[in-house]
Design a protein. Sequence first.
Length: 352
Amino acid sequence: MIAPLHAAAIAAVDDSELLGIADPDEAKARERAEEAGCAAFADYRELLALEPDVVVVATPHPSHPPLAIDALTAGAHVLCEKPIAVEVDDADAMIAAAERAGKLLAVCFQQRFRPVIVRARELIEAGRLGTLVRVSVVDPLYRPEAYYGTAGWRGTWAGEGGGVLMNQAPHTLDLLCHLAGRPVRVRGLARRRSQPMEAEDTAAALLEYEGGGIGTLAVSTVEAGVQRIELVGDRGRIEIVGETIAFQEFDPPLSEHLVTAKEMFSAPAIVDVDGPVALGSGGDHVDVHRDFASAIRNGHEPRIPASKALWSLELANAIVLSSHLDRSVPVPVDRAAYRALLAGLRSGDAVL
């Protein structure tokens, strides 16, 4: 499902050529390769022997670390599908391998290129939002039960390393971290409510940020609706609903009004600056590949470097660990504690 998207994106990038596709299922490798007009390999090491400049890892989540590390060691830059890995300990190893090899490692979080996200990021970087007061993200990621019947690995601890947090919500978690930063503490709740699978279909979290900001997150495959992101800062408020964005400014800023207001129920003026305005759809695999190619050719950091893409995995692991321990946990997450928990979930010795 993912491989054709990457093949089409590579074809859309100037001065790029798809050398080959590797898949242990030889029939599938040949089928994909015939569609893309390239060579097919059952063993990815044969593909690495061609010394490609870039390797795209678009395989099941648990296989990302060994494949990416082998490709980096072989001298290739690596673009990895989301999530970068199932647990942060493995993601650390991937980042270390990229540093040793002197190669770029990026993650395919194409939603960072959506026009509403680009606009929100511009406002934040320009200081228009000010110090974070609160962030709230609600993302209904509905899937019917039929979805989970298409493959036995879906929603399993061994096959995917989790449920909604590992499959549907990585983009959501990345956008949260991309816009609000990485939280320093997480109180999470992860539960399987009704889907026919092992792992969680619903997750929520209360987030703490350095500087005092707070946040809330809710994601679920049993809820239908539209993604909503709200960021409130000292100077203003950003609201994203689907592909529509609105920006309001506080006059004066909250911190100034709090100490200067003379009336007990007064509030700062809320001034509509932008929108709500629909900026249209956008943000796809072509954007990611073009950005990654530019980073390689021009020697700059890609928009989604692994060091920042790691934050979404930190958050996912922290929510599951917190839910299991029934208490808040610090971020960065305890690598050893999460590895032990995941092993227990896979063996059946632990439950959420």
